[in-house]
Design a protein around this ligand. Structure first.
Ligand SMILES: [Ca+2]
Ligand SMILES: [Ca+2]
Length: 190
């Protein structure tokens, strides 16, 4: 019982305080006061523009930074990214999908090095939350992953107005449908 309480307390903290190797992904977001018209999260990181806020997301589906029960439509004119590591349970070929509004891109590295990450899927047109099949570009080519190995992953998006959301998914070897990646296969970077 005590152990359960401690684990619950740790997961509670993970939602508020980032630390390396916790279940989930880091998330940074920039509202208009910070991004000042630069709608590219990669560019904001390169320029070391401090995010408006940072937190930890439990899965590969981003939630509102003010209302964690909401998976969409929580603000206008902002940029965000989710990043960290995926750790597969089984070795084999994985296919990834990304969805977002207004647009989103998914990057994956060949190991835990962020610098080796390459864009593997993107959508330039808005999608509904977890709508992974609106355009073919949202789907990656098959990627060979080894079980237990850490791979740096990063999903970026920007929102102008109207609806907004961000998520990515994988199809694990032997399955057909894209699944949101759960916290057991995700690790924070910081
Ligand atoms: Ca919006
Ligand atoms: Ca939008």
């Amino acid at each position: 019982m005590k152990k359960i309480l401690i684990v619950t307390a740790m997961l509670g903290c993970a939602a508020l305080f980032a630390a390396p190797d916790q279940p989930g992904l880091n998330r940074d977001y920039w509202t208009s006061a910070q991004h000042k018209g630069d709608r590219n999260a990669k560019s904001l990181v390169a320029k070391k523009v401090a995010p408006t806020g940072s937190d930890v997301q439990k899965t590969s589906e981003a939630k509102s930074w003010t209302k964690p029960e909401k998976n969409a439509n929580w603000a206008n004119d902002y940029v965000q990214r989710m990043y960290g590591f995926i750790v597969p349970d089984v070795s084999g070929d994985y296919v990834f999908y990304v969805a977002g509004d207004d647009s989103a891109t998914l990057f994956l590295s060949t190991d835990e090095t962020p610098a080796k990450a390459k864009a593997i899927a993107r959508t330039s047109a808005w999608t509904n939350p977890k709508q992974f099949t609106k355009s073919p570009s949202q789907k990656s080519a098959p990627v060979k992953l080894e079980k237990g190995k850490k791979y740096y992953v990063e999903a970026v998006m920007f929102e102008g107005a109207g609806g907004d959301n961000l998520s990515f998914a994988w199809v694990v070897p032997g399955k057909k449908a894209p699944e949101i990646i759960s916290e057991k296969n995700l690790k924070t970077m910081k």
